[in-house]
Design a protein around this ligand. Sequence first.
Ligand SMILES: *[C@@H]1O[C@H](CO)[C@@H](O)[C@H](O)[C@H]1NC(C)=O
Ligand SMILES: *[C@@H]1O[C@H](CO)[C@@H](O)[C@H](O)[C@H]1NC(C)=O
Ligand SMILES: *[C@@H]1O[C@H](CO)[C@@H](O)[C@H](O)[C@H]1NC(C)=O
Ligand SMILES: CC(=O)N[C@H]1CO[C@H](CO)[C@@H](O)[C@@H]1O
Ligand SMILES: [Cu+2]
Length: 587
Amino acid sequence: MAARAELAALLLVAVAVGVAAGFRPGPPPPPVSEDTLEKVAASLEMYVDLLPQMPKVLGYSLKSGHPTPTHLTIGMYQKKWKFHRDLPATTVFVFGPSAESATFPGPTIEALQGVPLWVTWENHLPDRHILPWDPTVPTAIPRSGGVPTVVHLHGGVHPPQSDGHALAWFTAGFRERGRAWTTPTYAYPNAQSPGVLWYHDHALGLTRANLLAGLLGAYVLRNPALEAPLRLPSGDAFDRVLILADRSFYADGSIFMNRTGDNPGVHPEWQPEYFGDAVTVNGKAWPFLPVARRRYRFRVINTSNARFFNLSLSNGLPFHVVGSDTSYLPRPVAVPHLLVAVSETFDVVVDFSASATPEAELLNTAPYPFPDGDAPDRLNGKVMKFVVEPPEKVCDDDHSRVPARLLDYVKVGGEEAVQRRYIGLYEYEDKATGNPTHLYINGKRMEDPATETPRPGTTEVWEVINLTEDNHPLHLHLATFQAVRVRGIVGLEEFKRCMETLYDAVRCGVGRHAVGEEVAVPEHERTWKNVVKMPPGFMTTVVVKFLMVETGRSYPFDATAEPGYVYHCHILDHEDNAMTRPLKLIK
Ligand SMILES: *[C@@H]1O[C@H](CO)[C@@H](O)[C@H](O)[C@H]1NC(C)=O
Ligand SMILES: *[C@@H]1O[C@H](CO)[C@@H](O)[C@H](O)[C@H]1NC(C)=O
Ligand SMILES: *[C@@H]1O[C@H](CO)[C@@H](O)[C@H](O)[C@H]1NC(C)=O
Ligand SMILES: CC(=O)N[C@H]1CO[C@H](CO)[C@@H](O)[C@@H]1O
Ligand SMILES: [Cu+2]
């Protein structure tokens, strides 16, 4: 098979480069079994650590009360972090204004719509990685050691030079730089509407390891003039970011990442999906938060490598979803449970005044891998606990509300689309083991020339066809998009065989095949998103806007500059190997 021969050649090159480059693995880990890892997680008593509030860094300065643009320097440091009262401190890679103040997750950057922010991201990481990585997946491998990193602001609408292209990586002191590197200082115009974004590492082939190590943090964009009239719960105590991440730990506190690939002959270390036994929120395993009998706003960000969360509250309180990814919904939608894909975010209000119980556990029921994998167990089926004040302490100074209407953006439309593209998601298996070896989009590698080349200011329709067994959360940089139709594929085997030969949806008769069962897009996902879940065996039609959805106008910067953007699956283990393609806007 051509793809296989090509892959083998690629691997040989990667291994040769790795060896020649003095590829430095971390120190060998102690041997460990799945049982031991589960025991470590099970030994951690739930709900003993208070949910941390990450430090806030202002992305603007207040000169005589007037917000003005500012320039921040945020570094990446190796340090120790306590994930649980009873777990020894863990070595992590984390963001912070200084080594002392760096946290897991990093500080929450608060920016204002219309006030640009510059950030110089500095790499202060040591020569060796604390986690395994695999030189046989396309990877940034510096000649002189060090940990390559580059920062992507997820959900950000910003110029390509500031997008954190996978090949714009750099090592400590900018000693070595990837070939797409252009600048140490990133510009965030903050022209887009208010919402929750998050920043994280995006280095070629290392994203899964760098995020597992802790290189991630929240970025909240606000617009008081627009948002204050909504009267959603506000202020640091009542408007909180919840960053979910699953991790497995060795008994000595170190983060566990399996060093043995499922197909060690092909990829000695790469595994198709990372699932941790412990669920952490804001850097603590199963924390608790005392809450008053009033409304709270939670901005839930799923930063797990591969775990989906199907969240619900044990006392039956609903989530009033007010936004998803970086956009508000037109009106709130109350749901009893919330399915959060990797890197997807939901902005919800919970009203604890209605709680019939003194406690509310945040539970997870999503199978892993999603949707056909194992059911969550007594460990990863729990996320955190809210401890509700007694009923006699009803809070009468809660002036917040769940408003009837939120914010509006340009209509989804779709008729104005200038281009229809078919995007096929493929997984390749090792014939002998049946285990996945790699995943591609449209059968193409990341380094193959860009085929998705939209023009700024336009709308396109993308038909995303899942030919694998997983649900892949697709993420586009720069653009926002939303699913308008999810249709089953009939005659799947025939269609799949054809697609794996021709890689051409039209010639494979997509019109005949994508006529199956139609699944409704949930109401709370009908807004401008930057991650859309792509269920397997379905063709999902998405309308993609390469423009500002607030105004319908094109971008206030040159989106066609080098090095361009990317789009990819946000299961990090897939993204790294190599479900990623360039997204190059053209004039
Ligand atoms: C690591 O992966 C290998 C290969 O899939 C597997 O046999 C082993 O059980 C895994 N180890 C743990 C601790 O999960
Ligand atoms: C999420 O869990 C609830 C039960 O808590 C279940 O009814 C629902 O079907 C689940 N959603 C998905 C998408 O699996
Ligand atoms: C986070 O997203 C990843 C990828 O979609 C998914 O595998 C994981 O389950 C999600 N976790 C949460 C907490 O939503
Ligand atoms: C869960 C699901 O529907 N998975 C499907 C994804 O697509 C592949 C091939 O198209 C099917 O085999 C899976 O069943
Ligand atoms: Cu994927």
